[in-house]
Design a protein around this ligand. Structure first.
Ligand code: NDP
Length: 453
């Protein structure tokens, strides 16, 4: 790390001491943006990166609710409104026991850059709660969502801040949140995305992140005149992003051989075809069961329970050409990355946000593989959310073909920006640096134009 990056990080660390994920995300961006800034006089003196590291606003609130036994529960709610230089704050809500302010600041910071890459006018934010929907009844989830929105509604709006889903917030939760917002405001507004198709949603929003991640891999492979056809792929997670990643891989003739949840993973040598994927969707989205059941249902599939004593995740230790981490942050460490490379993986397209540790990323870059960082590769979800906002504004619904065509165009454009800003001498494309610099330039120019605000 250069002296300038080190000095910059010292300041950020002093201000945000107990936020390791946030510091990790900032350092990753600073390492590529600061060297660029040194050669870009128009950005000097304005302290743009320092300003981007400070949320425009943070709201933190109590979320009290009553469980099915009649007992009072208390959770904590957050919304981090990070940057609105290029549009209203936009980014998901995460409901998971691990949620805290530092984690949401990391996600909101990443979101600013990701949203800038989509070519759409959307700023960045993120929110959520330490509430765990796992094991809760539908009524409990509804009561929690209603209480959460009873505070959040005064801070958001169709032209101010438009949340969406993330881990633990799917179609069910968005429905309850939207219902409560509408009731409180007495208006039917495009204030959340990921809405149902019959009440203001966009075709393809559920599919968008997973499909987009695969399109991004396809674009990277195309630079080597290759396609996904016949490739074996490791996918982690089994939620929204993982499911639609597998679906698109199947459509393009690739084979996904793994899926996971926090209890363990399944390996299916024969590939997770359409019928098996339908089982996973029903298992995860309707019955809300565990991935272990996959191995009970399909002969030949092997289940391995998660072992907290291991220093690596064996999911990443199977022969494959492509990896699509789609569960959570820092799920691939240095040892996992070494395993991936040894097993022949040369395409990593990140569905999750920051799933690879800095040491893992360093190995991808040293090995010069095709590495698409989350903020570029998984931007398809927020891009279709942006398209949902556009449809809500004009009061029309575009066809699924139309939305998919736009999504493909956006993923192509994101890839193009990464190549433009990330090509190194010798021709290697550093997509991580390219995504950071391209996004920074867009947000920085808007901030410069709007003065010191
Ligand atoms: P879901 O809640 O639908 O699924 C998350 C999956 O990851 C589940 O299988 C879950 O298992 C697993 N998981 C979550 N936390 C952990 C953990 N700590 N350890 C191991 N496994 C874990 O979420 P999404 O699919 O929506 O999101 C997955 C990732 O993609 C996240 O990083 C999210 O930020 C990112 N993302 C999502 C977008 C979207 O549109 N949904 C857009 C862009 C990025 P379990 O059920 O056991 O917890």
């Amino acid at each position: 790390m250069s002296d300038t990056v080190q000095a910059f990080m010292e300041g950020i660390r002093a201000k945000n001491p107990a936020e390791p994920e946030f510091l990790q995300a900032v350092e990753e961006v600073a390492a590529s943006v600061i060297p660029y800034l040194e050669k870009a006089p128009r950005f000097q003196k304005a302290r743009l990166l320092e300003r981007m590291c400070e949320p425009e606003r943070v709201v933190m609130f109590r979320v009290p609710w009553v469980d099915d036994r009649g007992e009072v529960q208390v959770n904590r709610g957050f919304r981090v409104e990070m940057n609105s230089a290029i549009g209203p704050y936009k980014g998901g809500l995460r409901f998971h026991p691990s949620v805290n302010l530092g984690m949401l600041k990391f996600l909101a910071f990443e979101q600013v850059f990701k949203n800038a890459l989509t070519t759409l006018p959307i700023g960045g934010g993120k929110g959520g709660s330490d509430f765990d929907p796992k094991g809760k009844s539908d009524h409990e989830v509804m009561r929690f969502c209603q209480s959460f929105m009873t505070e959040l509604f005064r801070h958001i709006g169709a032209n101010t801040d438009v949340p969406a889903g993330d881990i633990g917030v799917g179609a069910r939760e968005i429905g309850y949140l939207f219902g409560q917002y509408k009731r409180l405001r007495n208006e039917f507004a495009g204030v959340l995305t990921g809405k149902g198709m019959d009440w203001g949603g966009s075709c393809l929003r559920p599919e968008a992140t997973g499909y987009g991640v695969v399109y991004f891999a396809q674009e990277m492979l195309a630079t080597q005149r290759e396609t996904l056809k016949g490739k074996r792929c490791l996918v982690s997670g089994s939620g929204n992003v993982a499911q639609y990643t597998v679906e698109k891989l199947n459509q393009l003739g690739a084979a996904a051989v793994t899926l996971s949840d926090s209890s363990g993973y399944v390996y299916d040598e024969a590939g997770i075809d359409g019928e098996k994927l339908a089982f996973v969707k029903e298992l995860k989205n309707v019955r809300r069961g565990r991935i272990k059941e996959y191995a009970d249902a399909f002969k030949g599939a092997v289940y391995t329970p998660a072992d907290p004593k291991l220093d690596h995740n064996p999911l990443w230790n199977h022969k494959a050409q492509c990896a699509f981490p789609s569960a959570t942050q820092n799920e691939i460490n240095a040892k996992d990355a070494a395993g991936l490379l040894e097993n022949g993986v040369y395409v990593v397209s990140e569905g999750a946000n920051m799933p690879s540790t800095p040491e893992a990323t360093e190995q991808y870059l040293d090995a010069r593989i095709l590495y698409g960082p989350g903020k570029a590769a998984n931007a398809g979800g927020v891009a279709v959310s942006g398209l949902e906002m556009a449809q809500n504004r004009i009061g029309l619904m575009w066809s699924c073909d139309d939305v998919e065509h736009r999504l493909q165009g956006i993923m192509k454009a994101i890839h193009g920006q990464c190549v433009q800003f990330g090509r190194e001498s010798g021709g290697f494309v550093n997509y991580a640096a390219g995504a950071n610099i391209a996004a920074f330039v867009k947000v920085a120019d808007a901030m410069l134009a709007q003065g010191v605000v």
